[in-house]
Design a protein around this ligand. Structure first.
Ligand code: ADP
Length: 265
C-alpha cells in the first residue's frame, strides 16, 4: 500500500478574507473541497487557519481593524467561531469531520503539554478527522500584542505543528506565488525562486518587512517557519492560495511556488 503522506496546510488571512474583510467564501469552499479530496486520496491533512480577528471585526461591524487588545481578543473569539462554523459546514458536504485545536506558544514549550497535544493530533488523524489549528488569540494576549508576533499570523505555528506531527510536508498558502528575490509588490522585475536548499542571512535580506494589509506575517515569518520546519526535515512549499487547485499539483509532484528543501530529504 502507498505510504500515507501527512500534510500541513497553512492558509493566511489574505486568502481567507476579501478586500472588505468579509470571508472569501469561494476560496474557502474550494480549499475545503481540495483538502477533502486530498484526504480521499489516502493522505492525512491538518489545516492551520488564521483570519479570526479580521472575520470577527467584520461580523461585529467594527469600522476598522481593532487596535485595542480587548477588542482584538473579542474579535478573535467571534471570528474563530464563524470560521469554524464555515469550515464545519463546507467540510460536511464531503462527509468530513473537523476538530478545532487552539494553541499558545507555552503549550508547545512544555514537554508534558507537547506530548498531550501530539497524542491528540494522532488520535484525530487516526479517526480521519481534519484538525483545524489556530493560535488561541483570545487567551494569548502576549502574542497578538507583540509587534513581531511569536507565531507571526500562524506561519510559525504551522511550522511548529508540522514538526510536532512529524509531517511530510508543510504548504503555506499566501497571497503571492512564492518567494521572490525581492518584494514583487515593490519591484516589477522580482523573480520567483523555485528552490531553496539553505536559509541564511542573505535569504532573510530578500524578505522585507511585514506583508499585506490583511495578512500580518509577510515573507519574513514564512522564512522563519521554513527555517524551523526544514531543520527538522519537513519540506516547505510557499505558494499562492488564491487557486487551491495548486494542492493537486503539489500532490502530483509538480513544481509549484517555492520549495524549501527539508534537511533529511
Ligand atoms: P499571508 O496573509 O498570506 O500570510 P502576507 O501578506 O503576510 O501573506 O505575506 C505575503 C507578502 O509578503 C507578499 O504579498 C509580499 O508583498 C511580501 N513580500 C516581501 N518580500 C517578499 C519576497 N521576497 N517574496 C515574496 N513576497 C514578499
Amino acid at each position: 500500500m502507498r505510504k500515507k503522506h501527512r500534510i500541513v496546510v497553512k492558509v493566511g488571512t489574505s486568502t481567507l478574507t476579501n478586500e472588505l474583510g468579509n470571508s472569501n467564501l469561494r476560496t474557502m469552499e474550494r480549499l475545503v473541497m481540495t483538502l477533502a479530496d486530498i484526504q480521499n486520496r489516502g493522505n492525512e491533512v491538518i489545516l492551520v487557519s488564521s483570519g479570526a480577528i479580521a472575520v470577527g471585526a467584520n461580523k461585529m461591524h467594527l469600522s476598522e481593524k481593532p487596535k485595542e487588545m480587548r477588542m482584538k481578543q473579542a474579535a478573535a473569539a467571534v471570528g474563530q467561531c464563524e470560521n469554524m462554523f464555515l469550515y464545519d459546514k463546507f467540510f460536511s458536504y464531503y462527509d468530513k469531520t473537523v476538530a478545532q485545536i487552539l494553541l499558545n506558544a507555552d503549550d508547545i514549550s512544555e514537554e508534558e503539554k507537547k506530548e498531550n497535544i501530539s497524542n491528540t493530533f494522532e488520535a484525530l488523524l487516526e479517526q480521519n478527522i481534519i484538525p483545524i489549528v489556530n493560535e488561541n488569540d483570545s487567551v494569548s494576549y502576549t502574542e497578538i500584542e507583540s509587534e513581531e508576533k511569536l507565531f507571526g499570523d500562524n506561519d510559525m505555528l504551522s511550522a511548529v505543528v508540522a514538526v510536532l506531527c512529524n509531517a511530510d510536508r508543510l504548504i503555506i498558502l499566501s497571497d503571492i506565488d512564492g518567494f521572490y528575490d525581492k518584494d514583487p509588490r515593490l519591484y516589477k522585475d522580482a523573480k520567483l525562486i523555485s528552490r531553496i536548499e539553505t536559509i541564511d542571512e542573505e535569504t532573510y535580506k530578500l524578505a522585507g518587512g511585514a506583508g499585506s494589509r490583511r495578512g500580518t506575517g509577510g515573507m519574513r515569518t514564512k522564512l522563519q517557519a521554513a527555517d524551523i520546519a526544514t531543520r527538522q526535515g519537513v519540506s516547505v512549499i510557499v505558494t499562492n492560495g488564491k487557486n487551491p487547485d495548486v494542492l493537486y499539483d503539489i500532490a502530483d509532484g509538480k513544481k509549484v511556488g517555492t520549495l524549501f528543501v527539508g534537511a533529511k530529504s
